[in-house]
Write a protein that binds this ligand. Structure first.
Ligand SMILES: C/C=C/C(=O)SCCNC(=O)CCNC(=O)[C@H](O)C(C)(C)COP(=O)(O)OP(=O)(O)OC[C@H]1O[C@@H](n2cnc3c(N)ncnc32)[C@H](O)[C@@H]1OP(=O)(O)O
Length: 364
């Protein structure tokens, strides 16, 4: 073979290989397209099946709603008839629920019988008999306080109620026997809104809940506790009407009270805490603390003002340095060192300063 022929056949072979490669590529592309098409086809088929199922489900739930509505209509008629009969009966025969029925013109709620498997059937007395049919049970239970504070675990059932107060399915705790004859369902306020209320009992002669015995602290410090209990109003009553008309120490068989006045009479400048007043207060506190007859100290003001705070007129011409360096108001601290209880009986304005253990608080 000549060299030319060799070269030509080589060229042909190369061309054939190139052709083969192109064929393979085309085949690959074609296969890929087929796979994509197949996948799309399967996806569409799946979606179609889902849509069919959804349609079927919608149809079924529509059918169920229709059935429920029909049951509800029947139940409504039954409940109205039962309610009317009961209301007529209650007019002649007073019962436990008469009070609330008459006042609000309500009809008692009744569980009604329906073929719906979700609903508890009622027995001939109209009471849900949950023992006969467990289909209505929700599987839950709630603790209910029984007579004498005993605790019952009451199973919850889904029942269909028709009444003036509640219509439709509700979850209720079911007892085989209810405590009041003639009452089949007791609605709480969560179901019936504010239309149900407990029978309020009015106590004509209330008695104190405590025995009237003094507690340990009161026994240990007999002079402190009665004094703490004397309010400004009681003190004023005592002052204005005398001991005969006050329910203070004599009525309560308490030790006699001593009242000391140290505020200027009549009150001036809304009891602004001027130097003279606070010096007087300090002296009074010393005396009260030393007096064994005094158990506690009540500080009060006038009707219009407890105090108007520091006396501005006294302060206005003093510099900060004068006040700070000269211990201005140092004597005010006496009130925070008194060892006996100090009670502020506040009326009207209480401006500016309160002392509490050397902490000064501003208030109004
Ligand atoms: C370290 C301590 C600091 C502090 O305590 S700072 C707090 C200082 N106190 C104040 O800033 C309160 C000032 N007083 C008032 O803001 C008002 O008063 C009230 C809101 C308490 C009551 O007002 P209204 O009912 O209109 O009475 P009225 O006409 O202002 O006062 C009646 C008389 O009381 C005098 N007065 C009232 N507060 C003070 C005071 N803090 N210092 C001295 N005088 C006071 C007035 O001047 C006046 O007197 P006249 O009839 O002679 O004009």
């Amino acid at each position: 073979m000549s060299e030319i022929e060799d070269s030509a056949s080589l060229q042909v072979r190369l061309a054939e290989i190139e052709l083969e490669k192109e064929k393979l590529k085309l085949q690959e592309i074609s296969e890929q397209r087929q796979t994509d098409l197949e996948r799309d086809r399967m996806k569409h088929q799946h979606e179609l099946e889902l849509a069919k199922l959804q349609l079927e489900e919608n149809k079924l739930s529509l059918e169920r709603d229709k059935q429920r509505e029909s049951v509800r209509q029947t139940g409504l008629v039954t409940a109205i008839q039962e309610g009317k009969a009961l209301a007529e009966k209650m007019d002649t025969e007073p019962t436990f629920s008469e009070h609330r029925t008459r006042r609000r013109k309500l009809l008692p709620a009744h569980a009604i019988d329906t073929p719906d498997p979700d609903v508890v059937p009622v027995n001939s007395s109209g009471r849900p008999s949950f023992e006969d049919n467990v289909l209505s049970a929700t599987g839950d239970s709630v603790p209910v306080r029984g007579i004498g504070s005993t605790q019952l675990n009451v199973p919850l059932h889904c029942v269909n109620l028709e009444s003036d107060l509640v219509q439709g399915e509700v979850v209720v705790g079911v007892l085989s026997v209810l405590p009041v004859e003639g009452v089949d369902v007791i609605l709480g306020n969560d179901l019936a809104g504010v239309l149900v209320w407990g029978d309020a009992s009015v106590v004509v002669s209330p008695k104190p809940t405590s025995s009237g015995e003094l507690d340990d602290l009161a026994k240990r410090y007999p002079s402190v506790f009665p004094a703490c209990a004397i309010t400004r109003a009681m003190a004023r009553k005592h002052r204005e009407y005398g001991p005969d008309h006050s329910n203070s120490s004599e009525d309560l068989d308490l030790p006699p009270q001593t009242e000391h006045t140290c505020a200027p009479e009549p009150p001036q400048a809304l009891n602004a805490l001027c130097d003279a007043l606070m010096t007087e207060v300090g002296r009074a506190l010393d005396a009260f603390e030393a007096d064994g007859e005094i158990g506690a100290i009540v500080i009060t003001g006038s009707e219009r003002a407890f105090a108007a705070g520091a006396d501005i007129k006294e302060m206005q011409n003093r510099t900060f340095q004068e006040c700070y360096g000269g211990n201005f108001l140092a004597h005010w601290n006496r009130i925070s060192t008194v060892k006996k209880p100090v009670i502020a009986a506040v009326n009207g304005f209480a401006v500016g300063v309160l002392h509490a253990n050397k902490t000064i608080m501003y208030a109004m």
